[in-house]
Structure formats: structure tokens, C-alpha cells
Design a protein around this ligand. Structure first.
Ligand SMILES: Cc1cc2nc3c(=O)[nH]c(=O)nc-3n(C[C@H](O)[C@H](O)[C@H](O)COP(=O)(O)O)c2cc1C
Length: 208
């Protein structure tokens, strides 16, 4: 099988939230699709290791925030590259809670829906949650970002980073790693390098 075939399938990019015992959490997901029109049902596939999966399984409540084309890429790092088991992702993010109690992003989202889980199917590493939306709102008429556009933007950023060198910003707390001041290329830092301010992992740093 040519694995590249699967990358030619199209998906969007979302921040999927949930709530459990008053605590909210969310993660990035692309594996979301509408199953039926009347009534509307949506399938959301979440890894069984994720805290968001655990919260959705327990509460049956879920929110899906739709990310826009002009997305600030640090949102993907924040929600997609660290777990709510290690950090409180909403300590630094503006949000409100909707009718289900699941978190709704105030920034970097073009709209959302929230709903109740009506079916749960475990498939190997992931769980498919079948969701009946109970509320849906649009904030703007911006185009949504596709998973493919995200991957291309990311690849472009990595190419530019390799070509120039310079300064790198921690996407979590804003700390700047300056190669000139530190006397060492960022790429040459060990893989277990952590932000000296907030201890975020090396992978969340972005070239600026
Ligand atoms: C671009 C991108 C797409 C992702 N898509 C999914 C997905 O569809 N399903 C999933 O379970 N995890 C996906 N992830 C991984 C989760 O967002 C990630 O494991 C997250 O840290 C889980 O957080 P949590 O433990 O707080 O729930 C994606 C990550 C990125 C960066």
C-alpha cells in the first residue's frame, strides 16, 4: 500500500473540547466528518490515550471549534502537541462554555458546534464518537483551513527555518531562543531541550 494515498484525502482542522467534573480540556483533531443530514450526526475520531477522549467518554459532551484559513499556528501547537494531563491548556486561552459545558474558543475560530454523544465505537487505537449537535454558531465568513493546507504551511515554515537560522519563539509562553546570543543553532539543541521559562518541549518552538 502507498501510504501517500491517504494524504490525498481531504479533512479540516478543529479544536475538539470536552468537560468532566467542571474541568475543560481540548485537543486538535482532523478526523471529523458529517455522517447524516436529517438529523445531523457527526463522527469524531479521538485517540484512546488522549485526555479529551477520556472526558468525552465520561461526560458525553463535546464541542468542535472550526479553525480558519488565517490560523495562528501556535494554536495547533498549544492544543495538539501537549496533553491536558501535563498542562491546563485553558489557563492561557480565552473561552466560554456553551449549553453542554464544553469549551468554545473566543479567538482563532470561525464557528463551532457542540453536542451530545449518542454512540461510541472503539477501533484499535481510536474511538469514534457519534455526535448529535445541540447548538451551532458561525462567528465569521472566513474560509476554514484544511488539514492539507496546515501540512503545507508547516512544511514551508520548516524549509524557511533551515534556510535562514535566527530566533525561535516558544509557542506556549513567548520565550525567545536567540541563536546568536546563545552561540548555538536551535537545530543542534538536544531533543529533550525544554523552554527555560515554561518547560514546554522543543517541538513547540517556532522560527520567527
Ligand atoms: C495537525 C494535527 C492533527 C491531529 N489530529 C488528531 C485527530 O484527528 N485525532 C486525535 O485523536 N488526535 C489528533 N491529533 C493529536 C492530538 O491533538 C494530541 O495528541 C493532543 O496533545 C491530545 O491532547 P489531550 O491529551 O489533552 O486530549 C492531531 C494533532 C495535530 C498536530
Amino acid at each position: 500500500m502507498d501510504i501517500q494515498t491517504f494524504f490525498k484525502m481531504t479533512y479540516g482542522l478543529y479544536v475538539v473540547g470536552s468537560v468532566h467534573e467542571g474541568r475543560v480540556n481540548a485537543q486538535i483533531a482532523d478526523a471529523i466528518m458529517q455522517i447524516s443530514n436529517d438529523p445531523v450526526t457527526i463522527a469524531v475520531s479521538l485517540n484512546r490515550e488522549n485526555l479529551t477522549n477520556e472526558f468525552v467518554k465520561k461526560s458525553k459532551k463535546i464541542s468542535v471549534n472550526i479553525l480558519p484559513e488565517d490560523l495562528d499556528m501556535s494554536v495547533v501547537n498549544h492544543f495538539g502537541m501537549q496533553s491536558g494531563r501535563a498542562v491546563d491548556k485553558f489557563a492561557t486561552v480565552d473561552y466560554e462554555t456553551g449549553v453542554t459545558g464544553a469549551p468554545i474558543l473566543k479567538d482563532n475560530s470561525l464557528g463551532y458546534f457542540e453536542g451530545e454523544v449518542i454512540d461510541v465505537i472503539d477501533v484499535y487505537t481510536h474511538t469514534i464518537f457519534v455526535v448529535r449537535p445541540v447548538e451551532a454558531k458561525l462567528f465569521s465568513d472566513k474560509a476554514p483551513i484544511s488539514y492539507n493546507e496546515y501540512r503545507e504551511r508547516k512544511a514551508r515554515a520548516i524549509r524557511e527555518q533551515k534556510a535562514t537560522g535566527g530566533r525561535y519563539k516558544c509557542a506556549i509562553c513567548g520565550y525567545i531562543y536567540d541563536e546568536q546570543a546563545e552561540g548555538k543553532k536551535f537545530d543542534e539543541l538536544p531533543e529533550d531541550y525544554e523552554c527555560p521559562v515554561c518547560h514546554a518541549p522543543k517541538r513547540v518552538f517556532e522560527k520567527i
